[in-house]
Ligand binder design. Structure first.
Ligand code: SF4
Ligand code: SF4
Length: 254
């Protein structure tokens, strides 16, 4: 029977192991890379825009689609599929993914899915499940994996670490303040989460460093390493959205 609803497609991983193999000669090769509702995280965008050698603004213009679904308060960005009946991913080719080493975290994890939630700051509860789609023949193969083996092989840990830091921003149990401030806050959320090149200009080229003090070593790291800049943007968001004090910057006059 072909899976035809969410319960049949998403299967629990009872003993954290599964049987699966994906390879170029398999009959369904790249069929999974079409008609996707593929939500991108800030770290996905960082990796993809660098892979493509374009700015985050250009990436969002060319490949992003802003949607107000998937989160109750904040806009999400999903990867825009190509026009046409098949709605193929813009990065799929006959020989596979053209950005393979920098493909999004959810593509790396597939056929696993990960549900994560913050139980308290720095403490994430996670659960893995199988995404078993009818067209995917990989489940007919005999290779056995544990979740840990799969994650190691697919290079998922950097993605999970960065995504969990972002999850802290998304799920902080605090209000966003007065209604009148919401448009400005949502714009800030969008820039600091998804448009890292613009956020860099916001920090280094505007009045930010006159208003806030950031240690010199951290500024140097942020200037050289975009992952550090992205971590900083999460601190900034917790402060600017919720008023959460930060350990990595303080007001210049304090
Ligand atoms: S459908 Fe499944 S087996 Fe086929 S290419 Fe995609 S992941 Fe691999
Ligand atoms: S990014 Fe790569 S792996 Fe992910 S859907 Fe597109 S082609 Fe497939």
């Amino acid at each position: 029977m072909e899976p035809n609803n969410a319960e049949e497609i998403f299967r629990p991983l009872l003993d954290r192991s599964f049987r699966f193999r994906c390879y170029k000669e398999i009959s369904c090769f790249t069929r999974c890379c079409a008609a996707l509702n593929l939500q991108l995280t800030p770290y996905d965008i960082l990796r993809m825009k660098n892979r493509l050698g374009i700015t985050s603004g250009d990436f969002l213009d060319q490949y992003g689609e802003t949607v107000f679904e998937g989160h109750s308060r904040f806009p999400m960005v999903r990867l825009r599929m190509q026009e046409g009946a098949q709605k193929r991913c813009p990065f799929v080719t006959s020989s596979g993914c053209s950005i393979y080493e920098d493909r999004p975290g959810s593509c790396r994890l597939y056929p696993l899915g990960r549900a994560a939630m913050k139980v308290e700051a720095r403490n994430t509860r996670e659960k893995y499940f199988l995404v078993q789609e009818a067209h995917c023949r990989g489940f007919d193969e005999n290779r056995e994996w544990t979740v840990d083996e799969w994650m190691k092989g697919e290079g998922v840990s950097d993605y999970n670490e960065m995504n969990d830091l972002w999850l802290e921003v998304l799920s902080l149990p605090k209000g966003l303040g007065p209604e009148k401030d919401l448009p400005r806050k949502l714009q800030m959320f969008f820039m600091a989460s998804y448009n890292l090149d613009k956020f860099r200009s916001f920090v280094f080229e505007g009045p930010f460093l006159r208003r806030f003090h950031v240690k010199e070593e951290l500024l140097e790291r942020m200037a050289e390493d975009e992952s550090s800049l992205l971590r900083f943007s999460f601190h900034w968001l917790k402060f600017s959205l919720y008023g959460e004090p930060s350990a990595v910057f303080n007001r210049g006059d304090s």
